[in-house]
Design a protein around this ligand. Structure first.
Ligand SMILES: Cc1cc2nc3c(=O)[nH]c(=O)nc-3n(C[C@H](O)[C@H](O)[C@H](O)COP(=O)(O)OP(=O)(O)OC[C@H]3O[C@@H](n4cnc5c(N)ncnc54)[C@H](O)[C@@H]3O)c2cc1C
Length: 400
């Protein structure tokens, strides 16, 4: 069998990529290892209005969030957001993923379920991939092979394209009966419950998604599940969980750090496979869509003219350089305000965040997709933060 583009992985990124490619007349096949799209999923389901506008899948929205209550380790609460000003949607990932993949199928892409690549060979004229399709070996020849196969990407590993700088572990449960504030998510910080990052409670329609993410090196031998237990039994928060019961739990990786080789001859990686998750929130869907929007035109013309050498694909992937720089700047700011801070330091930061003038800065410039702008603004305009900037500013401004 011969196609123009073979995409491994029919998640949101594989589906969105397939739609773009097939729309321009390319022949596209997606292969998905599971027997259905969108299961299992490990995600809080936050999709920004900008990302949602690209796929128009409002029917998958379970709730929308306009604000956050951010809790310091000792209980200072900073409340951000303006009621009615939607910051993010919370989706049913099953419906969302299915919706994105259906759009590709409706335009003419093909999908094989219960299928995985087992080996691949790249020649000057094509990529030949052997696929195990429900136990039967099939060979697919393609001009281009795309890996949209998630955090542990087979394509990335098979072709030795590098590893994301950080691989966080996320653990989440779905609960009902949490005493939260409608329309607002809760974020919890501190060594006991979320060392280096944060835990969350997100309204998801009739229930809540409660989770925690962390870098393995900050966990000091604890599992994500133990951190989650520490949150729900914490003397300061346990009241909120008193009437709650769990309906599901899952754990998954978050790759935050674009890899060094996102493309090779006739191969390109997308979404989690390339390490696109945001180091500040872990969100990967919006960034994955952005990557595709930025690369689609170049990719389509490269396939049509069969200019798929590594050097040509590097040109196509050039927008990733700016995304990598932005990711790095976000990481520097995250480390400065959160990850490299002990509980005492975090407490000081929260005291500053609580000041009315700082809160209005956060409300005016805080955007989930663009944390760097707010971080730099705070370093420049909040006197108490200026001294923190001394070491960081150079690196940030020079985009190192
Ligand atoms: C706890 C947690 C919470 C998160 N919360 C959010 C959030 O709120 N918002 C957000 O934007 N992001 C969030 N993320 C990240 C988000 O889930 C990913 O960024 C997003 O799913 C990436 O999409 P993708 O299509 O690149 O990869 P995936 O969604 O992982 O899809 C990859 C697809 O490829 C398939 N596949 C994998 N390997 C193979 C193979 N060898 N052969 C065939 N098929 C294969 C998989 O089955 C899957 O269908 C969260 C992640 C975790 C772990």
């Amino acid at each position: 069998m011969r196609v123009d583009v073979l995409i491994i992985g029919a998640g949101p990124i594989g589906g969105y990529l397939a739609t773009k490619l097939v729309d321009s007349g390319l022949d596209v096949l997606m292969i998905e290892e599971h027997e259905e799209v969108g299961r299992p999923f490990q995600c809080a389901g936050l999709v920004t209005p900008d990302a949602m506008s690209k796929v128009g899948l409002e029917s998958s929205i379970l709730s929308s969030v306009w604000g956050a209550r951010i809790h310091s380790p000792k209980g200072t609460c900073v409340e951000v957001g303006e009621e009615g000003e939607i910051r993010t949607h919370v989706v049913c990932r099953k419906l969302f993923d299915e919706g994105v993949v259906r759009q590709a199928l409706a335009k003419g892409a093909n999908l094989w379920l219960d299928s995985q690549p087992v080996e691949a060979v790249v020649t000057n004229s094509l990529v030949s991939v052997t696929v195990n399709k429900s136990g039967e070996k099939r060979v697919i020849e393609a001009a281009l092979l795309c890996g949209a196969d998630g955090a542990h990407s087979w394509v990335r590993r098979y072709f030795k394209m590098g590893n994301p700088k950080e691989l966080m572990i996320g653990f989440q449960s779905e609960i009902v009966g949490y005493a939260g504030a409608p329309g607002r998510l809760d974020m919890f910080t501190g060594e006991e419950v979320a060392p280096g990052l944060f835990a969350w409670a997100i309204p998801s329609g009739r229930g809540w998604r409660v989770g925690v993410w962390s870098r393995p090196k900050d966990m000091k031998g604890r599992s994500s599940e133990q951190l989650y237990e520490a949150l729900i039994t914490h003397p300061r928060w346990k009241e909120r969980f008193a009437g709650a019961h769990e309906v599901a739990r899952y754990c998954g990786p978050l790759p935050c750090g674009i890899i060094s080789k996102p493309v090779k001859q006739r191969i390109a990686l997308f979404g989690d496979a390339v390490g696109l998750c945001k180091p500040t929130t872990g969100g990967g869907i919006g960034k994955g869509f952005d990557q595709i929007d930025a690369m689609a035109e170049g990719l389509i013309s490269a396939v049509k003219s069969d200019k798929l050498s590594e050097s040509n694909l590097k040109r196509v992937a050039k927008p990733l350089k700016a995304m990598k720089k932005e990711q790095k700047r976000a990481r520097i700011l995250r480390d400065l305000f959160l990850t490299d801070c002990d509980d005492e330091k975090l407490e000081d930061t929260f005291t500053i965040f609580s000041k009315p003038e700082v809160l209005s800065l956060i409300n005016e410039f805080g955007e989930i997709e663009k944390p760097v702008a707010l971080g730099i603004k705070m370093l420049k305009e909040v006197p108490e933060f200026r001294r923190m900037a001394v070491g960081a500013t150079w690196a940030l401004l020079r985009g190192e």
